[in-house]
Ligand binder design. Sequence first.
Ligand code: G3I
Length: 314
Amino acid sequence: GTTLRDLAEAKGSYFGTALTQSNLNSSTITAIAGAQFDVVTPGNEMKWDTTEPSAGNFNFGPGDQIVSFAKAHSMRVRGHTLVWHSQLPSWVGNLPANQVQAAMENHVTTEATHYKGQVYSWDVVNEPFNEDGTLRADAFYNAMGTGYIADALRTAHAADPNAKLYLNDYNIEGLGAKSDAMYQLVSSLKQQGVPIDGVGFESHFIVGQVPGSLKANIQRFTALGVNVAITELDDRMPVPASAANLAQQATDYAYVVNSCLAVAGCVGVSQWGVGDPDSWIPDFFSGYGAATMYDANYQPKAAYNAVVTALGGT
Ligand code: G3I
């Protein structure tokens, strides 16, 4: 059949989506997710505030539900995320600096061990950079300095040696200060022999503003010997959506998929959510929406058809 997952798999790639626990209650969303996508990223369920809300008390129930849905539909899981400044329970930020490393290592070890063999990859560290390319002064950086990233990667690798380990960030899709900083970090980690398999380009785009350097940027990362994944693709526009913007969105989506397909080390594309009604965009960017391939009624948009064509379908 002509589904995104079948077409992507025929090209040695995948097409993923994010799903939350509440999405699993919608038969409309789950029907599309299971039919069209072959990779799932839990939207919130594997984040620290859910998985270890207080020190040493772990809750994997919500994440396990996403994993069972994935198994039932032969989808792989992108684990998201082990170490991140956001959705981090306050107890971590309140720890004395000399206790942060042990807390981080225990969190990474416990969660990666729980999901060992069940996740295809981990976003081990999420969004480490500021826009100017300096590292974010979060609880981990403040306690451990730059080395927290290598430490988190080594700890995750020890817990689940087969999981592909990623660093994931936004505004690193094109060439620029922030992606240069990620490039230097990955280069240095590789030189030190730190386990790292890939870089996630989140790809939260604005219609008509997808960076023209996307493909060149994917190429320079893969030349370091790591994979690239498009991890959270969406393409927002002012709502109500105009016909011109929906047409531009189709061009943008095809451009992103083609850029990934053109580079051997770009392993696949994931959209952040299934359709416009379950997208995070309207809650976070007032006046914007219509950011996905499925409309308000979960009908495929022009962007969907453009992706089918890019994947070689008709
Ligand atoms: O669970 C609480 C609920 O108890 C409360 O009543 C409600 C009221 O605000 O909030 C609920 O939590 C929300 C949570 O999503 C679960 O729905 C948070 O407020 C809300 O901030 C949170 O947003 C998530 C966001 O990450 C937080 O940074 C989005 O769903 C999620 O899609 C988004 O995903 C991130 C990726 O992890 C990393 N990259 C960017 C991407 C988009 O922001």
